[in-house]
Design a protein around this ligand. Structure first.
Ligand code: UDP
Length: 462
């Protein structure tokens, strides 16, 4: 058993928040850390004091947040366990390994009488073990779910309804058959969880649902303007207080919570491009592709004739360190029309006047960032919630093109030209600008604004 001293308390600076303290605990993945830190800033600006518990694995850059108190805990992951791409195994293990260090850290924080009194814990919904720990310490726990609401409803139905109705295990991942229980999804839009261990996945998802239901409430990086129907269904399924206060990143000017360092050369490159002329290509922090797909993307981009800004994360092409699989002479051929970086300041890129479209994997953060900048998308989901989000982008909000077929250079070239050069792209852009405006209204005095006000009163009431 690990001792309390292993939870190292690195008070970065005395907190300047005045109000009651909330403890936040993110899942250590980029797409989860970013919204948790954004939420921390939102709560801090509303007068609450903030303490973040984080794991050694993928630890955030604490020096960027001198106004928060940070406590690190050991997660006990080996190098192999930390670098796995099996996220079902990763999340399951995290929920086992963190129990003792997290409990010890929380006990220590609760016993510190010099700090402001602690109102509640806010932890990532996937860190379901924190419910039992919070209960044992009589501390209310609110969950933060970092994806969209529609995909959460689908995920939590996998072990029950969707399995009973025979959707899982998925027999034909290309099937266009409707999922009548979750319109407008088709079988091909159901989440692909990239595991062969269905029993472990189902257990993880059952615990996600049951420990969320046992919590004191849910916070969502989403809003009624985007997901009214899903919110109605959620309120029935999960009868706990629900706060839809997103998109979080709109509460502040763009700032970075990147685990990787951002290459700002792309902004000066964008400065030289014509308005709305560039396709920005990025598949987020996790998706990996094989060499064949990489080459099809490369040729599709080159053949489109459209200028492109392409994020290729190191080791995201299987078997390669970076872009060495590009054919000889490729870079010379697209010189001036192409800029490739390892990691971009994405929000700034999307806000840049030269950016005309975003080819995305439809991670929820990327999708929200694109909506908020009015940039239409090419949707190419890879796994997890991304296929559900892509269906919403292309079919419900109709602000993107869905690249549903196998990655093939001619299909890619065609989709890029449709988005950037043709009337269809203009239509998508005008629709996404309309959606962005509705989201802005929701944040400025509308439903998201009101929901945040009630969240703050709720936290103060503990
Ligand atoms: N991101 C970035 N630079 C890049 C690519 C992505 O800063 O070059 C950020 C992006 O702005 C988003 C996050 O990484 O906030 C990715 O989260 P998302 O939910 O879209 O996808 P995930 O990485 O979880 O698959």
């Amino acid at each position: 058993m690990q001792k309390m001293k292993q939870a190292s308390m690195d008070n970065q600076k005395a907190s300047v928040g005045k109000g009651r303290r909330v403890i936040l605990f993110p899942m250590p993945l980029q797409g989860h850390i970013t919204p948790m830190l954004q939420l921390a800033n939102i709560l801090y600006n509303k007068g609450l004091s903030i303490t973040i518990i984080y794991t050694h694995l993928n630890s955030p850059n604490t020096s960027s947040y001198p106004h928060f108190t940070f406590c690190s805990i050991s997660d006990g992951f080996s190098k192999d366990e930390a670098s796995t791409t099996n996220y079902v195994a990763f999340m399951t293990l995290l929920n086992v390994k963190c129990v003792v260090p997290f409990q010890e850290c929380l006990e220590k924080l609760l016993s510190n009488v010099e700090e402001q009194p602690i109102a509640c814990l806010i932890s990532d919904a996937m860190l379901y073990f924190t419910q039992a720990v919070a209960d044992s310490l009589k501390l209310p726990r609110i969950v933060l779910r970092t994806s969209n609401i529609a995909s959460f409803l689908v995920f939590t139905a996998i072990p029950g309804l969707l399995r009973e109705k025979g959707y899982y295990p998925i027999q034909d991942p290309q099937s266009e058959a409707p999922v009548i229980e979750f319109p407008p999804l088709r079988v091909k839009d159901l989440p692909e969880t990239k595991t062969t261990d269905d029993a472990t996945r189902d257990q993880l998802l059952s615990l996600l649902a049951s420990q969320t239901k046992a919590s004191s409430g849910m916070i969502w990086n989403s809003c009624r303007k985007l997901e009214q129907d899903a919110i109605t269904a959620l309120e029935q399924e999960f009868p706990i207080p629900i706060f839809t206060i997103g998109p979080f990143h709109k509460y502040f000017p763009a700032y970075s919570s990147s685990l990787l360092s951002q290459d700002h050369s792309c902004i000066s490159w964008l400065d030289k491009q014509a308005p709305k002329s560039v396709i920005y290509v990025s598949f987020g922090s996790i998706v990996a592709i094989n060499e064949t797909e990489f080459l099809e993307i490369a040729w599709g981009l080159a053949n489109s004739g459209v200028p492109f800004l392409w994020v290729v994360r190191p080791r995201s092409v299987q078997g390669a360190e970076w872009v060495e699989a590009l054919p000889k002479g490729y870079l010379e051929m697209v010189d001036g029309r192409c800029h490739i970086v390892k990691w971009a300041p994405q929000q700034e890129v999307l806000a840049h006047p030269a950016t005309g479209g975003f080819w995305t994997h439809n991670g929820w953060n990327s999708t929200l960032e694109s909506i908020c900048e009015g940039v239409p998308m090419i949707c190419h989901p890879n796994f997890g919630d991304q296929s559900v989000i892509a269906r919403y982008v292309s079919y419900v909000w109709r602000v993107g093109l869905h690249l549903e077929k196998k990655l093939e250079r001619r299909v890619i070239e065609r989709a890029i030209r449709r988005l950037i050069l043709e009337a269809e792209g203009l239509e998508l852009r005008s629709r996404i600008i309309g959606l962005k405006e509705q989201v802005d209204v929701s944040l400025k005095g509308g439903s998201a604004y009101k929901s945040l006000e009630s969240l703050i009163s709720y936290i103060q009431s503990f």
